[in-house]
Ligand binder design. Sequence first.
Ligand code: ISC
Length: 361
Amino acid sequence: MKGIEALIKQNKSFVIYRVPQQEPVLMLQSDGRLLRLKELDELNGKTGFVFAPFQITDSSPLMVMQPDLVIEGWQDISCYLQKAVDEPDYVKPAEVLNDCRKRDDFESYSEAFSSFITSLRENKFEKLVLSRTSVQPKMDSFSLEKVLLEACERYANAFVYIYHTPETGTWLGSTPEILLSGEKEQWNTVALAGTLPYKEAVLPDAWNEKNIREQQLVAHYVKRQLVAFGVTPEENGPFTVKAGELAHLKSEFFFALPEKKRLGSLLSLLHPTPAVCGLPKAEAYRFILENEGYNRRYYSGFMGWMEPEGKTDLYVNLRCMEIGDSCLTLYAGGGLLPHSELEMEWKETEDKLETMLAIVK
Ligand SMILES: C=C(O[C@H]1C=CC=C(C(=O)O)[C@@H]1O)C(=O)O
């Protein structure tokens, strides 16, 4: 079925997402006039589907969709998509914003790696996350619906989504990392970091010091930011979790939120966590923007439904790709510490890219 492609051709602003253990939801804003915000704080008091970049710019705006159509469950979503194919009301073709992003070879990764590692070894940073892309040709047989269903099936514990607006282009991903989730008095976030291949259904029990330290830095940061927001979290972990063919270390934080109208302010304290950026935060953020050598756009941003007086499910945009006309741009990164080694870090990005590669092959 070509329903999702039809919606994109009609340049509709929509998202289909599936929170783990929940029914999928399709949301569409038919007037296409989504909120475009300049700062995360502007999310305070807002309700809608948020799509936030790593860095807010004119070409990667912070979008909030306020849908006028919401459909739950595969069956009803499929019926709607079928109707979209038949719809004669063709609006205007979607502009191809960025077909193929670059910087996906080992050479440019190793150049960036050496500037990152030099700064780490000079003790300018405790941790830095270096990321890259991998550009893949889009096969004629490529079907967004098939890829989306495959992602939902394979990655039962992930937040899976496809998102399209004229401003952002089309993105699809399957992420294991909660940024902020909850309702009423029960809220939670996580510190997810450290990566090992998950082989033959056996979770690793021996993590090396580098992985433990990487995750610890994220956990300490998350706790600090929550406390700075006036929240006292209960901490659980770290323990090993599975995410596709990978294992990570995860700590969970549970807390009550007295000021639900200030979710945007809490998000600006949390984002970007050292799972995608580094420490110290402001300096690491600047360093990445200046030295990584490409534009992350929405990779390592966050997305999901936000509703201060209802239920919120926001996830970090990892294990994702940008869908162009002829290419797919896949994204992945990994945390570097002063002792990180080039080949091992490259291999880790390859393993992470496999999450998306496995469903588009
Ligand atoms: C930055 C990514 O993963 C983060 C989440 C889990 C483990 C990570 C790591 O081991 O480096 C990263 O912090 C990515 O998938 O692109």
